[in-house]
Write a protein that binds this ligand. Structure first.
Ligand SMILES: *Cc1c(COP(=O)(O)O)cnc(C)c1O
Length: 352
């Protein structure tokens, strides 16, 4: 047993390395950390240089384009603390590229990939003590790009702000292992040629009603169907969907109404590498109801098994548990992220 003086030394060391957080009770809600990164530029110009500032509220004019017209996009990625102590990011340049695509769609300037990744690294390092211990969660990194300048008429803002804040997180869905999902039959998430293919902030509040109603009925999330026919599977409110039938894994193709997830893309590569056949195609809701297994992917949810889907009052249950394909893919993905499995693809990036 440790003597009282040894315990004190140990606690002092911990308080330097880690923020005062109960790491065993992390959920997915915002927790203020020490610093945020802020960088501004005018319309028609490029972002030049940003700074770390203490985390806190920001000032915006009531006529800011982000507040009035929703001219903004966000990103989401995670920093992981490995067993040996190093802190890494997973494919941050993919988030930078996606933010650039979103910025073009929303008529905004965007930071270069290099600026984006560098700013993410700086922000994570400044908030290092908030990166949970290995196995307890991760530091969620939330870059925002917004029209912060004033605009009265419906038009792009004259000034833009790129901001990054962080928060330690645990599981996205309460209770984890497998989730129950309901197919939304009325409301749609994205329309053809709309902005469903980018992380526009305006895509999310319109789905609150469907998700809130589903939660009151005991479901974890909603699965949206395509707006054109109402017959094909698209994605959940914040993650992509995959179905498994035999050795074949299918996921809807990203043709503008589905968010091209970094996790989705990585899982496709891992599945191919593991010997599964993978197809990106139209998935009629009937195929979903006939699948052996269903799972969803996203930075926040990682890879989550779907235990059941309810559609038109009919509930179908799927294979779950340690032998499921989704658990195997989860193990490989998180193994690469945490440095337990060799990163042959060069996906992980060290922050320091
Ligand atoms: C962010 C998001 C995803 C997942 O993307 P990742 O890059 O894997 O985090 C999927 N669908 C929607 C609607 C999203 O907003």
């Amino acid at each position: 047993m440790a003597s009282p003086s040894e315990q004190t030394t140990c606690e002092t060391m911990n308080s330097e390395k880690y923020a005062n957080v109960n790491w065993d009770e992390l959920g997915f809600s915002p927790m203020p950390t020490d610093y945020m990164f802020v960088m501004k530029c005018s319309e028609g110009e490029n972002f030049l240089q940003g700074n770390l500032t203490p985390f806190g509220n920001i000032e915006l004019s009531p006529s800011a384009a982000i507040l009035n017209f929703g001219q903004g996009i966000f990103e989401g990625l995670k920093a992981y603390r490995r067993e040996e102590g190093r802190i890494t990011l997973f494919r941050p340049e993919q988030n930078a590229i996606r933010m650039k695509m979103g910025a073009e769609r929303m008529c905004m300037p965007s930071p270069s990939t290099e600026q984006f990744v560098d700013a993410v690294k700086q922000t994570v390092l400044a908030n290092k003590r908030w990166v949970p211990p290995p196995g307890k969660g991760s530091l969620y990194v939330r870059p925002l790009l917004m029209g912060s300048g004033s605009a009265m008429g419906v038009a792009p803002a004259p000034e833009y702000t790129f901001l990054i804040y962080t928060s330690p997180v645990g599981n996205y869905y309460k209770g984890d292992t497998s989730i129950n999902v309901i197919v939304e039959e009325k409301l749609r998430q994205a329309i053809p040629n709309g902005a469903g293919g980018v992380k526009a902030i305006t895509n999310y509040a319109p789905v609150f009603r469907a998700v809130t109603q589903a939660k009151t009925k005991g479901f974890s999330d909603v699965l949206f169907l395509d707006a054109k026919t109402g017959r094909n599977v698209e994605e959940l409110s914040s993650c992509n969907i995959f179905i498994v039938k035999g050795n074949v894994i299918s996921t809807p193709a990203t043709l503008g109404t589905i968010l091209p997830g970094v996790t989705r893309k990585s899982i496709i590569d891992i599945a191919l590498d593991s010997g599964y056949q993978v197809q990106e195609c139209v998935i009629p809701v009937e195929d979903l109801m006939d699948a052996d297994e269903v799972f969803c992917t996203g930075t926040a949810v990682v890879v989550n098994t779907v235990g059941s889907i309810t559609y038109q009052g009919k509930r179908v249950e799927y294979k779950t548990g340690v032998e499921s394909v989704s658990r195997k893919l989860y193990a490989t993905l998180t193994g690469i992220q945490m440095g337990r499995i060799e990163d042959k693809m060069g996906w992980t990036v060290e922050v320091d």
